[in-house]
Design a protein around this ligand. Structure first.
Ligand SMILES: Cc1cc2nc3c(=O)[nH]c(=O)nc-3n(C[C@H](O)[C@H](O)[C@H](O)COP(=O)(O)O)c2cc1C
Length: 316
């Protein structure tokens, strides 16, 4: 049995991990190398299914199993046309943990629970948090709008304590956690762990194009922007030509379908081809704090030791 870390919480027990840090599911970015890297470093790595076909996700799961014997999860994007097939694949491949994004996973919950899968929906409101608890979720990721990618309305600071008070299952905070001070802060708000996205994009194990990593490293506090508010599907990414064009078309009142044409394949373009001008460079507000590329192990251990000393020292 591994020695418990100084920041051991009930999330560590639930997920059988050393540190209370999980890596956010990130379409295109979070494939088997990153997921295995984070799990090997003592957190919970997550493979993001995004819109990928079920056999691609199955392959990623098998490759992750070759790289680590530690637990990892799969993030299922519920709006994906392949969501129901991927929902089956995680059962067949005996994936221990599933997180879900972009909606309500109720219709899959019974089968996942019957298969012994730990189910952690991502929520951005108290109402959905309560509903997910009633449906049998084991824990929640509560995501504030500082986060990169698709977001809700509330900030992490306001959302976490309200969800913590509303449910009795453990809450994992996401959005704006990029170092040990952030980790200590969300623990103070009552969360039992943090989900980290943007900082892990800039890890050695992350397969994103160098241009993408450099863009995050060079970004300032105010460099991210939200597009798609008018369509009801807001997304946070770093400012570039794509976000400028998108916002212009939004102001002109263009339809959701016309706007979608602009973003079709745009995350892939930035992640895989390094087109950070016309592609979507999704990243959170905390990008301004990310100053170098490190291994998952370095990121994790640095965050834990910073959080421990922040808590010990106190801030007064
Ligand atoms: C490039 C990128 C892609 C993302 N894709 C997804 C996704 O496919 N599914 C999901 O649930 N969340 C997605 N997210 C959100 C992350 O899982 C995580 O909650 C978020 O990044 C945490 O906030 P942070 O960026 O401030 O660390 C994405 C985030 C980024 C930066």
């Amino acid at each position: 049995m591994e020695k418990e870390s100084a920041l051991h919480t009930n999330i560590c027990d639930l997920l059988h991990i050393k540190y209370p840090i999980i890596q956010g599911g990130m379409a295109w970015v979070a494939e088997h190398n990153l997921a295995a890297g984070v799990s090997e470093a003592g957190g919970l790595g997550i493979i993001a299914a995004g819109n990928a076909p079920a056999d691609v996700v199955r392959n990623e799961i098998r490759k992750a199993k070759e790289k680590t014997d530690k637990p990892f999860g799969v993030n299922i994007m519920l709006l994906s046309p392949n969501a129901s097939e991927v929902a089956q694949v995680v059962i067949e491949e005996k994936v221990p943990v599933v997180t879900t994004g972009a909606g309500n996973p109720e219709k899959y919950l019974k089968d996942w629970k019957a298969a012994g899968i730990i189910v952690i929906p991502v929520v951005a409101s108290v109402a959905l948090a309560k509903r997910m608890e009633r449906s049998g979720a084991d824990a929640l990721v509560a995501e504030g709008c500082e986060a990169g990618g698709h977001i809700g309305e509330l900030t992490t600071m306001a959302l976490i304590p309200q969800i913590v008070d509303a449910v009795s299952i453990p809450v994992i905070a996401a959005g704006g956690v990029g170092d040990g001070r952030g980790l200590a802060a969300i623990l103070m708000l009552g969360a039992k762990g943090a989900q980290v996205g943007t900082r892990f994009v800039v890890s050695h194990e992350s397969i994103v194009h160098d241009n993408y990593k450099k863009r995050i490293i060079s970004s300032k506090d105010i460099d991210s922007i939200v597009t798609g508010r008018s369509t009801g599907h807001p997304v946070r990414a770093l400012r570039n030509n794509m976000t400028r064009n998108y916002l212009k078309l939004e102001q002109e009142g263009k339809s959701f379908e016309e706007l979608e044409l602009l973003t079709l394949g745009s995350l892939r373009k930035a992640v895989m081809e390094g087109d950070i001008t016309e592609g979507s460079v999704m990243a959170g507000q905390i990008a301004g704090l990310v100053s170098k590329e490190q291994s998952c192990k370095e990121i994790m251990e640095e965050m834990i030791s910073e959080a421990v000393s922040a808590i010990k020292k106190g801030w007064l």
